[in-house]
Design a protein around this ligand. Sequence first.
Ligand SMILES: *Cc1c(COP(=O)(O)O)cnc(C)c1O
Length: 432
Amino acid sequence: MIHENLSINNKGELCVAGLSTVDLASKYGTPLYIMDENKIRDNMRLYNEGMKEVLGDDFLVIYASKACSFVRMAQIAKEEGIGLDSVSIGEVYTAKAAGFDMSKIFFHGNFKTDEDIEAAIEEGVGYFVADCMEEIETIQYFAEKKGVKQKILVRLTPGINPDTFEAVNTGKIDSKFGFSMIGDNAEKTLLKVLSMPNIQLEGFHFHLGSQMFDSEPLVDGAKIILEFMVEMNKKHGYEAKILDIGGGCAVRYTEDDEKIDKKKWIMHAVTGVKKECERLGIKVPFIITEPGRSLVADAGTTVYKVGCVKVIEGYKTYVAIDGGMSDNPRYALYKAPYTVMSANNADKEATVKCSVVGRLCESGDIIQEDVYLPECKRGDMVAVLSTGAYNFSMSSNYNRVHRPAVVMIKDGQDYVAVKRQTTEELLSGDVR
Ligand SMILES: *Cc1c(COP(=O)(O)O)cnc(C)c1O
């Protein structure tokens, strides 16, 4: 199996963390997001251990909560000593509801609204990761109004093009994210920020992109930023305390993806950063990394019920399931690969080549094309693996379908982490 927490029981049912996905589906209904809490905690610990081995205590792992955000998830991160990367005030409030330490929240995003900025300062969010000058000016305005000094990091784009697909590539020069480092743009930015009385510039951030199997590009990116830091120190006496090297560790979506040792991946990156600091003769800054998918993707499995099987003679076979782009839009968005298998006949040979499609009224509502399933019929169950990241968090009510529940498994016990949306909730904002 693609992940070690998956197995098949003697009834031929796919199991997550030892529990039958078929039993869980009959208990909670479908579609159902199943998440293995122990796996999430293991992933978080791998990062914390790897960082600690190289850096001692001068680091923080922050979870890019856009990957999957709900209160229970924030509680788990909190319990594991992980900080949070939030990209909207909604994610900040989710963390707050989990009793999160606000000083460990990093507010990201390329456009933070005035309302979000004011509210985040009000809530005492630790850091803004500033993405443009208009944002920093707005932070200055609201920080002054409140009479506080707001810590920020400045996001820079070091111009590295990691080997990943276009839609998730953010660190190259032509990007909607961050301040470009072309010419003296970064230096000008720095000087302007240092002149703002209610802004405390703590350091720099970069994020290259996602689904990187190799962490070497992070070292390349860090090198560019560290050299910039040395130059700014020499020229202007500015010493950055923090370097945030972003996230992006790859996840195994299919058997074709190589196995990834997350601890090695992050240790390779931060060892490289440490060596660069030695070469430049500077103290290693406080290092932050922001994994998203690699903390949660392999902890998640989605289970669906099959509604119909259509054989278009001479073309293809469609297997329609009771969810779709409303709970996993990633194939529709950018043809993201996933492993699809039978949940109730997981031991049977997968002989039918098919397209697994959703129930939404869009031809592009596809979960995966050209996959193999055993012969199936209405009522059978299909599982999509590695759905812990960017599935629940990207879900929608398109076609007014109800958002599925999230069930967690902890130490062999299942519990509801997010309830299935009720019709009342679905209509709750509608004025009659
Ligand atoms: C999305 C994102 C991450 C996490 O990316 P993953 O591929 O999920 O690890 C980290 N930092 C920033 C700024 C991001 O936008």
